[in-house]
Design a protein around this ligand. Structure first.
Ligand SMILES: Cc1cc2nc3c(=O)[nH]c(=O)nc-3n(C[C@H](O)[C@H](O)[C@H](O)COP(=O)(O)O)c2cc1C
Length: 214
């Protein structure tokens, strides 16, 4: 039986897991984690994240090779490859409006939404689109990471991968941009050291840059 944690414990005790024991994850746990990602907020509610779940030994082995041979990719119970689809809004705009209206979106906003989204997202060049996707997908990845930690799993976010090689291994559509990988499983051996965190004063200003928060 896994020891569940409160969100506060998960945030405080989490480390980026150095090594996993490879034990399988029950499908219902995987679904719960993925549902948390789906529940994340996103610009205009476009929800441009796309998750490729990798669990088979063969696919994990290939994915590891696309991740600079990081062993945890192969050892994890599940690796969720967190992607953004640059074209999702084109396909999904009507459904986003339909869901919004059924949840109480004002008619006046619904009438404008497609134009807003289209004007904004079609104006982005490729780099800007990748930046936009990075923002959206990273939030969904954080929701999944913390949910997995509260369920008693150990996690490791990964940016050490080669975009093109991951594309090849997973046969991703051209419109997909790989943002990060999330390895989830059970810690094997000793957990990572605590790298430490700066105090609030290092990063936080109040009202304008450089004014300390009192
Ligand atoms: C987006 C992201 C990508 C990361 N990529 C890797 C990675 O490829 N390999 C790795 O060993 N750790 C990776 N890390 C883990 C960081 O090194 C780790 O979060 C940091 O050192 C702080 O340690 P902690 O997570 O244990 O607090 C990544 C973390 C984040 C947030």
């Amino acid at each position: 039986m896994r020891e569940t944690k409160t969100l506060e414990q998960a945030i405080r005790e989490r480390r980026s897991t150095p090594s996993f024991d490879g034990s399988p994850m029950p499908p219902e746990d995987l679904r719960q984690i993925l549902e948390a990602g789906m529940a994340a907020p996103s610009g205009y509610n476009v929800q441009p994240w796309r998750f490729v779940v990798v669990q088979t030994p063969e696919q994990k082995r290939k994915l590891r090779a696309a991740c600079f041979n990081q062993a945890k990719v192969e050892e994890a119970s599940v690796v969720i490859v967190c992607c953004g689809d640059a074209d999702s809004w084109r396909r999904d705009a009507d459904e986003i409006i339909r869901m919004g209206l059924s949840g109480g979106m004002p008619e006046s906003y619904a009438a404008q939404l497609k134009t807003y989204v289209q004007n904004y997202l079609s104006s982005l060049n490729e780099d800007q689109m990748h930046g936009w996707l990075n923002k959206q997908v990273s939030l969904a990845a954080a929701f999944m990471l913390l949910t997995a930690e509260t369920m008693g799993y150990d996690t490791a976010p990964l940016e050490g991968f080669e975009q093109e090689r991951v594309h090849e291994v997973l046969r991703l559509p051209l419109s997909y941009w790989v943002v990060s990988l999330l390895a989830i499983g059970t810690l094997q051996g000793t957990d990572k050291y605590d790298g430490g965190r700066f105090g609030l004063a290092h990063a936080v200003s109040s009202e304008e840059y450089g004014k300390p928060l009192r």
